[in-house]
Design a binder for this molecule. Sequence first.
Ligand code: C5P
Length: 208
Amino acid sequence: MIITIDGPAASGKEKISRYISKKWKLKHLDSGILYRRLALIFSMKKINLKNVKQIKKKLNEIENLSFRRSKKIRTQEISRIASEIAVYNFVRVYINKLQYEFVKKNKNRHGFVIDGRDIGSVVFKKADLKLYIEVNPEIRAKRRYKQLIDSGEKSIYRKILKDIKLRDRQDKLRKHSPLIIPKGAVIINNNGSFKVTVKQINRLLRNS
Ligand code: C5P
């Protein structure tokens, strides 16, 4: 069983995926981590993000990419770089391959919940259940602001809102695998409380 969860930046995909993973005993894969891990490598190696040749060379040198969550890949800077490199189709092909390998390697598992921007529309088109998470940009910015402040980072609400809108534009307008509502996806409105969202999701899962 594969459940895909797509939606814009800071829409709560990760929290929802982790909840589903725990409750329904499905293995979770957060594809955004892979884009962020690449972004971190490119940032540390000072790769010019406009230089395709340089990016391709660096990709070829990477032996394995970590799937681990970490605070250092959650910064605004890494978010921005991740979004910039996600426009390149060869980067997407590289990351999609890692996702297919992950599912193959864990095929003895009960099933998967995979979140990102193109999971239901491109990577796992034949998923059993596709969800698309929708939240207003202002609510997303408020939640992200609170998250950063709570974790001790300095943050400015207006800057976060601007960054979120920029990432939305980049994700929706890019040529390759733009963020869209996948065909057959159920739209989940996550403007309200997590409890309300979870109720909708559990109802769907019980019936699928
Ligand atoms: O989901 P998260 O915010 O961690 O993703 C970081 C960035 O990686 C996104 O802004 C998006 O540009 C890119 N991404 C993507 N496709 C995915 C997952 C993430 O383009 N499946």
